[in-house]
Design a protein around this ligand. Structure first.
Ligand code: GLC
Length: 657
């Protein structure tokens, strides 16, 4: 958009760029800057316009963007152009992701590189490397306390190792996802050190207070994230003789984004990693970016403005790079991280579907899909050119963040129901073989979340220990069922390393003092490659899981209806154990896939007439793409075995898929 004030400012900025930058070929950069500048100016002005040095700050911002543009390699510039042409490239059903810790997966970055063929064997073509930057020697919140945003932790290797891995992934057309911890730094970061030494410039990078007046006011409305291990939201720093805001652990200091210098530093860091080959940047803890007294300091409007600004800036320098919002918040809030534009995503193109994840766990425990159906029905409409990251497990605890109203609507009482879920997954409930542990129990509120590996949470650990074939079979079915859902729902399925071979809880964290008080480490395993080799032994648990997933992944990639164009229709079914939805081909609307899942331990029946699909779907010719078979039909009822699912196409279109 052309607007006089911002355009005349843009002219001044371009004149002020250093001669060295002015000599560069900045054609594409200028075109995109022109296109986005009104938005950048408006947002930056909204956030920082009251400052006397506003103009200096915005010049600084553009200078950083231009410098990083000049630094971008020809190969990455080409990728940018390609993705501008194919701008919906990431909505395709062909993407399948896996998240992993480099050291847990394969010792270090070189090890990950050696195992790249493993991703291809399984069909994974997007790899999220969990944080591997320099962090404190002791506890570091799994790398989420960063001491240097531009240096690799020696434990994982060197920058060269990362660049080699990034090049290798690119050669094999596997996308690289990297974390940027935008909300906080470790208290050993140079900025924190210099703040401690009394430098005002760096004290202004954080929320630093001489006394408890403001911290006490904040505490009135701020919840606690780690109530057991790091109660409260402020830490006393003895050397600085000041209180510092530290929402997560006491050694993670929250960055103060009301200071534009912090924003500019972070843009520089984002673009630094974009230039090191990251295709996607996972922005950590984005819900927390803006703090305001009297609020819970989450999901503030300014946090969204900051993300929009980050997106607008990144689009100018590296338009091919996408953002993932890590915002594990209420369903109605998560959706806002795509941006509040009328049509397309203007903040993060991708967001964790924490709602679907938690609902899948609810269905697993209750053996019915009542809350799952209700929760998905209430999920607000998603924008175009925005997609979910659908997952079953990740490195964090499972939060039971359903909407209380939804819980009541299906006939449960919220507190009692959440208590049941925690009891179920921690094995306290008589009918449960799960081996999770409560995480983040808050005595004041009664809240708790759940830790534990997927295999241990669905009872596989117990079943294998008891050598109980039937129970092993049940758990394998459950693992495949959960994955069958994230592969079909719409969005990018995100697998978690180790789940593909049924990795159980790892208790070794208890022997490590730095980890012992954080039981999320029980599901951050070291891959046992001998166990992984068992995937080649026919009939082993590893083989059944690995091959089962591999096949589903392969099939997903051939089904255009599984691309994410908001082409999902939830079906109302009478049977409470079933979850059923349709996926339409984005262009050929008569090509339909009917997804039906049974979360119960008994066979269930779906009355096809009730679905009202006659005419749209030819039941007699149904073919189960997920199993390569004809589904069981009994008197016009579809029979779904315990813990299993169908991806049904009517055979007329099966040939087209
Ligand atoms: C994110 C990470 C989590 C971490 C927190 C603080 O939620 O996923 O592991 O503890 O941010 O950085």
């Amino acid at each position: 958009m052309y607007e006089q004030v911002s355009h005349s400012l843009l002219n001044d900025i371009l004149d002020a760029l250093t001669p060295e930058l002015q000599r560069q070929d900045l054609r594409y950069f200028y075109t995109r800057l022109g296109a986005n500048f009104y938005a950048i100016y408006s947002l930056f002005h909204h956030l920082y316009g009251q400052r006397e040095d506003f103009q200096e700050q915005i010049i600084q911002l553009v200078e950083v963007m231009a410098r990083r543009y000049v630094e971008r390699s020809d190969e990455l510039l080409q990728t940018d152009h390609g993705r501008e042409k194919e701008h919906n490239w990431f909505l395709s059903q062909e993407w399948v992701a896996m998240a992993l810790y480099a050291d847990g997966f394969a010792e270090n970055l070189q090890g990950v590189r050696d195992h790249v063929p493993y991703f291809q064997e399984l069909g994974v073509n997007m790899v999220h490397l969990m944080p591997m930057l320099k962090c404190p020697k002791g506890a570091s919140d799994g790398g989420y306390a960063v001491s240097d945003f531009r240096d690799i932790n020696a434990r994982y290797g060197s920058m060269d190792d990362l660049l080699e891995l990034s090049a290798e992934l690119r050669r094999r057309e596997i996308l690289l996802v990297l974390d940027v911890v935008v909300n906080h730094t470790s208290d050993e970061h140079e900025w924190a050190e210099r703040a401690r030494q009394g430098e005002q410039k760096y004290q202004d990078y954080y929320y630093v207070f001489a006394n408890r007046d403001l911290p006490d006011m904040f505490e009135e409305t701020m919840p606690e994230i780690f109530p057991e291990t790091s109660p409260g939201n402020f830490t006393w720093d003895a050397r600085m003789q000041r209180w510092v805001m530290s929402v997560f652990n006491s050694y993670q200091w929250d960055l103060n984004y009301s200071n534009p210098a912090v924003f500019i530093e972070m843009i520089d860091i984002l673009l630094f990693w974009a230039n090191r080959g990251a295709d996607v940047l996972r922005l950590d803890a984005v819900a927390f970016l803006w703090k305001k007294v009297g609020t819970n300091c989450q999901n503030q409007r300014e946090a969204h403005l900051l993300l929009q600004l980050m997106k607008d800036c990144c689009q100018v320098t590296a338009p091919g790079v996408l953002f993932i919002a890590e915002a594990i918040v209420a369903p109605s809030e998560i959706i806002k991280y795509f941006g509040e534009d009328a049509v397309i995503a203007k903040e993060c193109e991708i967001a964790y579907n924490a709602t679907f994840m938690a609902l899948l766990w609810d269905a697993t425990a209750t053996k019915n899909a009542r809350l799952l159906n209700q929760g998905i029905r209430s999920l607000p409409h998603k924008l175009d050119r925005a997609t979910w990251l659908n997952y079953v497990r990740c490195h964090d605890d499972i939060g039971l963040g359903f909407d209380d109203e939804d819980i009541r609507r299906v006939g449960y009482e919220p507190i009692a129901h959440r208590r049941f879920l925690v009891d179920y997954f921690t094995g306290q409930y008589e009918d449960s073989d799960a081996r999770g542990q409560p995480f983040g129990r808050n005595e004041k509120t009664g809240d708790a979340r759940i830790s534990g590996s997927l295999a241990s949470l669905v009872g596989l650990e117990t079943a294998v220990e008891r050598n109980d074939e039937a129970a092993i079979d049940r758990s394998i079915r459950q693992i495949l069922l959960l994955h069958g859902m994230i592969l079909a729902f719409g969005g990018i399925p995100l697998l978690y390393y180790g789940d593909e071979i049924g990795t159980i809880n790892d208790r070794s964290f208890l022997e490590d003092l730095e980890k012992a008080n954080d039981n999320r480490w029980m599901h951050r395993p070291r891959i046992d490659w001998d166990k992984a080799e068992q995937r080649h032994r026919h009939g082993s648990v590893e083989q059944r899981l690995f091959d089962g997933l591999k096949k589903l992944i392969e099939i997903r990639k051939t089904i255009p209806a599984f691309a994410d164009y908001n082409n999902r229709e939830l079906l109302q079914v009478e049977n409470p154990h079933l979850f059923a939805f349709l996926r339409n081909h984005p262009e050929h609307l008569n090509e339909v896939i009917l997804v039906v899942a049974n979360f119960d331990a008994h066979p269930q029946y779906l009355n096809l007439d009730d679905l009202g699909l006659r005419g749209r779907f030819h039941f007699r010719q149904m073919h189960n793409l997920a199993g390569g078979s004809t589904p069981a039909l009994f008197k016009d009822q579809l029979v779904i075995s315990p813990f299993s699912f169908y991806w049904l196409s009517d055979q007329r279109s099966a040939g087209l898929i």
